[in-house]
Design a protein around this ligand. Structure first.
Ligand code: ZN
Length: 121
């Protein structure tokens, strides 16, 4: 009898712990453009997947590529065809206006501007 109640207490504790784990580790997040599943990010709940990143264009449909200025960060936008620098962070993916910027821990993160794209996080 005593053992059983100990077991029950341990078990409810384990359920509690695994519940916490589910909250932080098994959340699903989707690219707001193509709805592909992406690695969940609390900091960037609406960032675009790699496939959509590569389809970024300017307002006239010219392909853009984004990169960090150096290993310590920074943000650079260039035209893919000429390598010419482009001012600003705005880009378009499938006609959706997006904002590209350097990610906090390196790399580039692109997110839709405004709330027109449904959030699925
Ligand atoms: Zn995508």
């Amino acid at each position: 009898m005593h053992l059983e109640s100990t077991y029950k207490a341990l078990r409810s504790c384990a359920i509690l712990l695994s519940g916490v784990e589910v909250m932080s580790g098994e959340e699903h997040q989707y690219c707001p453009i193509c709805l592909a599943e992406v690695t969940p990010s609390q900091r960037y709940p609406r960032y675009l997947c790699g496939n959509c990143d590569r389809r970024a264009t300017d307002e006239n449909g010219r392909s853009l590529v984004f990169s960090n200025e150096s290993f310590s960060g920074g943000f650079i936008a260039k035209y893919a065809d000429t390598g010419e620098a482009r001012e600003g962070h705005v880009c378009f993916i499938d006609g959706v206006e997006c904002w590209a910027d350097e990610a906090r821990f390196g790399g580039i993160v692109i997110r839709p501007v405004g709330g027109s794209v449904p959030r699925r996080a």
